[in-house]
Design a protein around this ligand. Sequence first.
Ligand SMILES: Cc1cc2nc3c(=O)[nH]c(=O)nc-3n(C[C@H](O)[C@H](O)[C@H](O)COP(=O)(O)O)c2cc1C
Length: 321
Amino acid sequence: MRIEFAPMEGITDDLYRRLHHKYFPGVDRYYTPFLSPAEGKVFSGKELREVLPENNEGIDLVPQLLTNNTRHFLAGSEILRNLGWREVNLNLGCPSGTVTAKAKGAGLIYPERRELLESFLDGIFSACRMDISVKIRLGKEDPEEFPALLELLNRYPVKTLILHPRVREDLYRKPVRMEWLFYAMEHSRAPLCLSGGIAVAADLERVFQENPRPEAVMLGRGLVADPALAGKLRGGGSADRMMLRDFCQEFFAETASRLNGPKPTMFRMKEIWTYLIRLFDHHERYWKALRKTTSLTEYQAIVDRIFRELPLRQDADVNWI
Ligand SMILES: Cc1cc2nc3c(=O)[nH]c(=O)nc-3n(C[C@H](O)[C@H](O)[C@H](O)COP(=O)(O)O)c2cc1C
């Protein structure tokens, strides 16, 4: 079974992916967080940096697009194709209100927008010169919306269907509706990848003990919390404290040389620490201080203490699920 790193806006940028791949082997494929192709200059400078081959060396990468505009999708995919990428992923899952209000992400699978979705899919699948995979939720508010969605998707040569088995209204916290993965595996023409519900190594066994395995699983928050999780799923060992520390230090240094000053760098690091802190026992006081601080010296002192003083857990505390 292929193991993939989920796209995570604000977390898995090209620097993060490159360093994760360097320190923690075991991921077969990475995705970019969503890129939003636009009129005129199709991608921003930051978006282009995400997909330049030199920033993704040695990595199997699938860039992701978030749009409902056929022309923009095709213009974006031509740029990606010219950079050497072979597959592009369509985001039909982002639940953010500002995105869905524009009929993008999960907003494009709302039942009342079926015609828009259909004409968009017709447009991209008839003209795109790359493979297209689709990352999708079950629907807007009722999982019973999914069979009709799947019937529509089955009309197109979808390379892989990545299913996040929640509806838009579930956002990220409601329990995943795993039964729909098995429904999809039975009824989809495209091979399935599961995104969601696998946060520690034991989850894989629990979910698939008595059920068929999809072609791939995608790991998001659980893998940011425990960067060694993909290796563990392959029988490897836990994250080593020194390696974690080197990973964080190198990420900090490279991010600092890219961003403007210590404040934005600290902000980036805190996004990662939101999850990574859960790999350390008794972290509550440390996390509170880390989250609050605006001083770089203090930030570094807290991180030093985390690495020096807190015991590492066997599995991250993943109670966000
Ligand atoms: C902070 C954050 C950012 C995310 N950004 C993206 C994104 O850019 N594109 C996307 O398709 N999904 C995005 N997701 C959804 C994840 O890819 C994944 O489907 C979801 O978190 C469920 O998997 P998990 O429980 O393994 O984290 C994001 C999730 C989080 C928590």
